[in-house]
Design a protein. Structure first.
Length: 182
């Protein structure tokens, strides 16, 4: 049985030979995360194409579904949750309204405001998409021992927790890290 080729190892070896000064302690980690992310993105986009959804549309649907009943949010809350501009969120919302997956509701407490709410079709579509993608992601990792998945999950959880660039700007934890106190 031949070993599975490791493209990241090959990239790293080539850079070590050609331009070693571009490599840092984090280079291989970054490349491996990007390689894995791209592979999972291909799987996800394939499922979304079958459902007739874009990644942005999926994000809106699952964000609203995750919010719990009544599966609605204010447009600015939705934009913040998605890390999109309000204009980008509006464009995606327009497409989902046309599809019948979400609807706009007037806010009786504020005549200037609206809610974006999943319709019953939107709830069903969100759930179908999440189930399909989750199953495909699980199949993607088929054959990987559970302890390897658990170790990778733990390592990435620890990495994310320790990464100051992921902390919100202005947070006390970020300020402490910048001052070398943590």
């Amino acid at each position: 049985m031949t070993a599975t080729p490791d493209p990241v190892a090959a990239w790293m070896q080539a850079w070590r030979a050609e331009l070693p000064e571009v490599l840092f302690a984090s280079s291989e980690l970054s490349k491996r995360i990007m390689f894995l992310s791209a592979a999972l993105d291909r799987v996800t986009r394939s499922d979304l194409a079958e459902l007739g959804l874009t990644v942005a549309e999926l994000d809106v649907l699952v964000t609203l579904r995750r919010a719990g009943e009544p599966y609605r949010m204010k447009p600015n809350q939705l934009a913040r949750a998605l890390m999109l501009s309000t204009g980008g969120t509006t464009n995606v919302t327009h497409r989902l309204v046309a599809r019948g997956a979400v609807q706009r509701e007037d806010d009786p407490a504020d005549a200037r405001s609206t809610w974006i709410r999943l319709t019953s079709d939107g709830i069903a579509l969100a759930e179908r998409a999440v189930l399909a993608i989750s199953a495909e992601h699980d199949a993607f990792f088929e054959g990987v021992p559970p302890e390897v998945i658990e170790a990778a999950t733990t390592a990435l959880r620890d990495l994310i927790a320790a990464c100051p660039s992921l902390l919100p700007r202005g947070s006390t934890a970020r300020a402490a890290r910048a001052q070398g106190k943590v």
